[in-house]
Design a protein around this ligand. Structure first.
Ligand SMILES: [Mn+2]
Length: 327
């Protein structure tokens, strides 16, 4: 663990020009990781560029540097050192290690997904970290960087958003200790609260209405799922942030252990977001269909519409509940 951290720190300190890449549909943790690490490395005199293949949602504008994330498009060059943050695999950022643009580059992988593929030359992957921003906090310490108020806000955003605002069981005493340190430094926790938790868009509420109208609960009450068809998504045109967190409403139903939200991202492609509450390993369930993530939160992409995906996954989910009930 310490050796991984030292190797990553050494590689970052030796690099002159560094690209930091966050995953597509950037969330608070990947973005917080990117902006915090980017800010600290710039302070150390590094030439840093920040890339994402998607646009950063406007609700993250309160984090310093959010406007400096450049939307990457094919044909753009990358510097000699490329850091992926919060990406179990480069594909999640829209790259593959075989991409010409990554040939001969030093890839650094800083992540907290159990399903991480250790694709970097240097990898700092701590899957017990509730948020990747915990790992970034340690990386900044290891390179001798300074955590400013702005960087503290970026890190706190990741800690908060990946842990259901410090509520999920991925929160460790370390998560809370780091959060306390960030608060002492001056992290703007009020901005996190107001911009991320007390500002649901009207579109998000529309989506929620639709999801609740479409809610299915298994006979034993332990599996709940809902879906949003591709047609509906075309109609409502939600931003990714209008969808974030909706799955939790289904998961939060009393007695539900496994929750899945299916959404038709293309005519024949469905994304499933999986959550569990107490015992179910949704990383394992997503893995059966080619996806992955964490024990309590994972995702998978399935070729087919939402009805197809829901019918495909239901037997596997019910089977796992049956097995657990029999134990
Ligand atoms: Mn994360």
């Amino acid at each position: 663990m310490q050796q991984q951290l030292n190797e990553v720190a050494k590689a970052l300190l030796e690099a002159k020009r560094i690209a930091i890449i966050s995953h597509k549909n950037p969330d608070g943790d990947t973005l917080g990781s990117q902006l915090a690490l980017g800010g600290a490395l710039k302070e150390l005199g590094k030439d840093v560029v920040l890339y994402n293949k998607d646009k950063v949602a406007s609700k993250f504008n309160f984090i310093a540097g959010a406007d400096q994330v450049v939307q990457y498009h094919d044909g753009m060059e990358l510097p000699e050192t490329v850091v992926f943050v919060d990406c179990a695999e480069p594909q999640l950022a829209g790259f593959t290690v075989e991409d010409d643009v990554l040939m001969g580059k030093t890839i650094i992988n800083i992540d907290h997904h159990a399903s991480n593929k250790h694709y970097g030359k240097w990898n700092y992957v701590i899957s017990t970290a509730g948020a990747n921003c915990q790992n970034i906090y340690h990386v900044i310490g290891a390179v001798g960087g300074t955590i400013t108020k702005e960087i503290a806000t970026a890190l706190y955003t990741g800690l908060s958003t990946d842990t259901g605002n410090f509520m999920f069981d991925n929160v460790s005493s370390e998560t809370l200790r780091i959060a306390a340190d960030l608060k002492d430094i001056g992290a703007n926790t009020d901005a996190v609260r107001l911009k991320l938790y007390e500002s649901s868009s009207k579109k998000k509420i529309e989506m929620l209405k639709y999801i609740l109208n479409n809610l299915h609960i298994s006979a034993d009450g332990q599996y709940a799922w809902s879906s949003i068809s591709h047609q509906m998504i075309e109609e409502l045109q939600p931003e990714s942030t209008d969808i974030d967190g909706l799955i939790n409403t289904i998961k939060d139903i009393e007695g539900v252990e496994i929750a899945i939200l299916f959404r038709g991202v293309e005519t024949n492609r469905t994304k499933a977001s999986l959550r569990s509450k107490v015992w179910a390993d949704v990383n394992q369930i997503a893995g059966m269909f080619g996806g992955g993530g964490h024990v309590r939160a994972s995702g998978v992409s399935i070729n087919g519409d939402v009805e197809y995906a829901a019918a495909l996954m239901e037997p596997a989910v019910l089977d796992i509940i049956r097995q657990h009930s029999a134990e």
